[in-house]
Design a protein around this ligand. Structure first.
Ligand SMILES: [Zn+2]
Length: 145
């Protein structure tokens, strides 16, 4: 079993980003603790959701509060959009691998580590979720180019 199967606890009721209106999934307190910078990390209360829209400035939000990219450690320091936070694979790097036909070995590596439970998506990925679905999404995008 990989970490992917553990994240099916997502509630059906919608969380909508107050900035962009995207429908968002809930995120755990533990995940947020590893991403939100000091001192904002001391004031995380209640249930937050994660906005996956890369052009949206909001990363986490609750009914009372929003946390923007400037207050999230990883996003503050890195300009490249990440695909796999555990193994340091950027979206642009995977996209060019798709175009060059070398993406399969990259994905196989990630799947292998994930099934060996060497990934740490719930900590490393600001969404708290496994990135394998994002790999699939990028492949579909690349094949429509
Ligand atoms: Zn948003």
């Amino acid at each position: 079993m990989s970490c992917c199967s553990a994240s099916t606890v997502a509630k059906k009721e919608g969380h909508h980003c107050p900035a962009c209106g995207s429908s968002c999934l809930p995120v755990s307190y533990q995940t947020m603790l590893h991403h939100v910078q000091y001192p904002e990390n001391q004031h995380i209360m209640g249930q937050y959701a994660f906005c996956a829209n890369s052009i949206c400035d909001v990363v986490y939000f609750s009914s009372l509060n929003t946390i923007s990219k400037d207050n999230v450690r990883f996003l503050r320091n890195h300009q490249d959009a990440m695909l796999c936070y555990c193994f340091d694979i950027t979206q642009s790097c995977y996209q060019s691998a798709c175009e060059q036909g070398t993406s399969e070995s990259i994905k196989a590596f990630v799947i292998q580590q994930t099934t060996s439970k060497f990934c740490a998506c719930n900590i490393k990925n600001p969404s708290g979720r496994c990135c394998l679905a994002d790999f699939k999404r990028m492949e579909q995008k690349a094949s429509h180019l």
